[in-house]
Design a protein around this ligand. Structure first.
Ligand code: KIV
Ligand code: ZN
Length: 514
């Protein structure tokens, strides 16, 4: 008998991008979407088109260019959202409109101020409108896990009758326990037999750490689609980690007996790409993709693994495309080694970028004893995340910092702002603070530095400094920028200037008249 197929729905670019600090450019989203297609996900939720111009553009570009998966856009249950969503997804080979409205009592009473009947009415209208544009329509009763099961079933019955082809049951606030969530899905199939003719999906948040377990319990109960994000990113504690869901269903096929489209060998590359582009690091001991996931450090384990890998390995590193940690690049490694390493990390590089990265790696190899994987990635990230000429409203021309045990650190900085040369001096608690204060005197004061983070990439006093900053604009949009350099102060100044340019070019794209 054919195995039951589980549809893997990736929402890294929509729910995942709502993670604090993750803001991706349109091009970065496109690169991730292409990699998700190589991974073999069935559906990519590319964004929330009405949320901003940037989101709309990203969904449209992905719909136009990414072949293979269904491309979905999110829309609240109203005409304007649904129309805007269709405008963006209509270019896809296989478009989907995903519309939602909250159904739990607390959301109905406090947020929507609507009765049960009014909510059902809006849900049905939304599905019908979406259906007037496209056959593939998904509906989600938001906060379903805290909605009374009988009312949830009433909503599901009504939207199926209106034409929904997928009904997604979200645990929006990560409240459910696995057995309870599985029972909810079972109850849904009992009470709404017509649910067998559509796809029942689940979408679990991780507030209590149960997102993956809840998703798997739902699969056991008959759910045919699982939604989640690569590396488990997402709002608050994140969404179900897709690689964990996939590797449970694959490694324990004896238990689940389901079929997937996923090419698991692309998992590690996808994880690294998402981490590199969002700036959200993967915790070392994270299941499947953490750098420790396949490292057998304890002596007793090494002994066992050397005799037979099966003693401690339930899946092989090759299965998830894991490439090991600190492969050392030497002075003579050259372009091919650097390119191969970066391709494995999910970078797509042109000739010019490869040349620049190789030169920098060689420079570093001359200065440092060894250049490790993380150094090469940091250099590549720095070069590939360069802003285009038009996006560089502010350029760092020169700076000098004076500091000493008896004096207040003082910096003077020369910037070119919209072509005009400006010079300012600043003092601060330390040299980085001084240079930041000097820069801030010359740029838009509505931009605020929210966070500054410095890390040495690979130990030692000659290590590369990796600086990431977060800043916000007057509308509380958050921008993240990162820069590496052997000089901590230069890395800091470059990261701040890059962040300012990201904010200014975002403003330019959204409000070109300003
Ligand atoms: O968590 C949630 O409820 C959502 C819906 C929009 C599906 O993200
Ligand atoms: Zn969600």
């Amino acid at each position: 008998m054919d195995k039951r197929k589980i549809i893997i729905f990736d929402t890294t670019l929509r729910d995942g991008e709502q993670s604090p600090g993750a803001s991706l450019t349109v091009n970065e989203k496109l690169v991730i979407a292409h990699q998700l297609a190589r991974l073999g996900v069935d559906v990519i939720e590319a964004g929330f088109p009405i949320a901003s111009e940037g989101d709309f553009e990203a969904v449209k570009v992905i719909a136009r260019n990414v072949k293979g998966p269904t491309i979905a856009g999110l829309a609240r249950a109203n005409d304007a959202d649904i129309d805007r969503c269709w405008e963006a997804v209509k270019y896809a080979e296989k478009p989907r409109i995903h519309t939602f409205i909250a159904t739990s009592k607390v959301h109905r009473d406090e947020k929507l101020r609507k009765t049960k009947e009014e909510v059902i009415d809006l849900a049905v209208k939304a599905v019908k409108r979406a259906k007037s544009y496209c056959d593939d329509v998904e509906f989600s009763p938001e906060d379903a896990a805290r909605t009374s099961p009988d009312y949830m079933c009433d909503v599901v019955r009504a939207v199926i009758a209106a034409g929904a082809t997928t009904v997604n049951i979200p645990d929006t606030v990560g409240y459910s326990e696995p057995q309870e969530f599985g029972d909810r899905i079972r109850y849904l199939f009992e009470q709404v037999p017509e649910a067998k003719n559509i796809v029942v999906s689940v979408h679990c948040h991780n507030d209590l750490g149960n997102a993956v377990a809840n998703s798997l319990a739902a699969v056991e109960a008959g759910a045919g689609q699982v939604e989640g994000c690569i590396n488990g990113i997402g709002e608050r504690a994140g969404n179900a980690s897709l690689e964990e869901v996939v590797m449970n269903l694959t490694t324990r096929k004896d238990f689940y007996n389901v079929a997937l489209n996923i090419n698991t060998r692309e998992i590690y590359k996808t994880s690294r790409l998402v981490s590199n582009l969002t700036g959200i690091e993967v915790q070392r001991n994270k299941a499947i993709v953490g750098v420790n996931a396949f490292a057998h450090e304890a002596g007793i384990h090494q002994h066992g693994v050397l005799k037979s890998k099966a003693t401690y390995e339930i899946m092989t590193p090759e299965e998830v495309g894991w490439m090991g940690e600190n492969l050392v690049i030497g002075k003579h490694s050259g372009k091919h080694a650097v390119t191969a390493l970066l391709q494995d990390e999910g970078f797509q590089l042109d000739k010019d970028q490869i040349q620049q990265i190789t030169e920098k790696v060689k420079d570093l190899a001359d200065k440092q004893k060894s250049v490790e994987r993380e150094d090469v990635i940091a250099i590549a990230r720095d070069i590939t995340h360069q802003l285009s000429e038009e996006e560089q409203f502010v350029k760092l021309e020169e700076f000098a910092v004076i500091t000493g045990s008896d004096m207040t650190p003082t910096a003077s900085v020369k910037l070119r702002v919209n072509g005009e040369l400006k010079i300012a001096a600043g003092v601060g608690d330390g040299p980085v603070d001084a240079i930041s204060n000097a820069i801030w005197q010359m740029v838009d004061p509505s931009l605020k530095l929210m966070d500054y983070h410095l890390k040495a990439i690979t130990g030692g006093t000659d290590a590369l400094a990796d600086v990431s900053i977060k800043l916000s604009d007057e509308k509380q949009n958050i921008f993240v920028a990162r820069s590496v350099d052997e000089d901590v102060i230069r890395a800091s100044a470059k990261a701040i200037v890059k962040g300012i340019n990201k904010a200014l070019s975002f403003r330019e794209k959204i409000h070109p008249q300003r």
